[in-house]
Design a protein. Structure first.
Lengths: 196, 196
């Protein structure tokens, strides 16, 4: 019984290795190499630890860490959707729900249910933890694009207003980080790496 | 003052992007592609969340997560040392301490001190949290090598006893996981992917 429990966990641990092959659109800092989802998830976890103090509301840091570590695992089946994709909504697709059930379903039942619930909580973005996790998810590519001379904004011709509207979610987690981020966005227009 | 604080944190967040370029010897599961330190750190964090229940002693999961997320950041300056390297000791070199001071030193002072202390606690391996974190760090490449038909054991001609001695650290964190791991090691000898 105990062994069966551990075997299920090991099969999950092996399966999620595939996250290292899911390429994002965004590039690493000062680089032409695309970031993968495992690297991205690690970076968000580090940002959560470093920046948690700027959350406007008290948050359970362990829960935020769980959210950012698992938030993209569904992309193993569903693939990465670009934030500014015009044809496909980024969040909560049927495809992603199926993926969550299959992949987290490799775990022992209680743990599978816990992980699916945490993933849904992140997607819904209502709790303080989900708001902060989402602000990290928006802030990392903003830092990357401003370090990469416009990065995916220029590459995919994303206009200022679209960037501003998407990035504004940072404000739901932290006013301090949003003030900094808003400034970066406006400076990017001045620098010509983001078009109004 | 508040802005200066955040600016320091952002410079740290940008600097640690370099962890994504530090290649380990070990390959991804069922793959020929080497794993990098950021991917490895993410995987250990996931394993911590999934396997924490098997710790022999009560542990502070948030602290273990911080340990595994930051444990390899010093390698940005000091490089990755192979676990079975014969010329160089794996842990706690002067080079790594200098790296810790430089990289964590980018953060605001109190946070820099906290991160250096957590990194040292991991390296010392004395607390229950450090023991469990180290057991995750030993367990992941064991799973990779057994999935990769011997992987780095065959590639670098590492004998059974050396593997056994290094992997035994898993027991300090979890008897349950060690029992499973010990079995995997012995099976590997039977399969001819680990030489006695």
């Amino acid at each position: 019984m105990q062994t069966d429990h551990l075997l299920k966990q090991v099969s999950f641990i092996k399966e999620i290795d595939k996250l290292k092959y899911i390429q994002r659109k965004t590039k690493l800092f000062n680089s032409d190499r695309q970031e993968n989802d495992a690297e991205h998830s690690w970076h968000l976890a580090m940002m959560t630890i470093v920046l948690a103090e700027h959350s406007d509301k008290p948050i359970d840091i362990l829960k935020v860490l769980k959210m950012v570590l698992i938030h993209d695992i569904v992309e193993i089946d569903a693939g990465d959707t670009f934030l500014y994709d015009v044809a496909k909504n980024h969040t909560n697709t049927d495809e992603e729900l199926l993926a969550a059930k299959r992949i987290f379903g490799l775990l022992p039942t209680a743990q599978a249910e816990e992980f699916i619930a945490i993933w849904k909580e992140f997607e819904d973005g209502i709790t303080e933890e989900a708001k902060f996790a989402k602000s990290m998810d928006r802030f990392e590519p903003l830092l990357q694009n401003t370090s990469n001379n416009g990065g995916t904004w220029l590459e995919f011709n994303v206009p200022y207003q679209k960037v501003y509207d998407k990035k504004k979610a940072i404000k739901n987690g932290s006013t301090t980080i949003w003030n900094y981020a808003e400034n970066l966005i406006n400076e990017s227009v001045d620098k010509g790496i983001l078009k109004k």
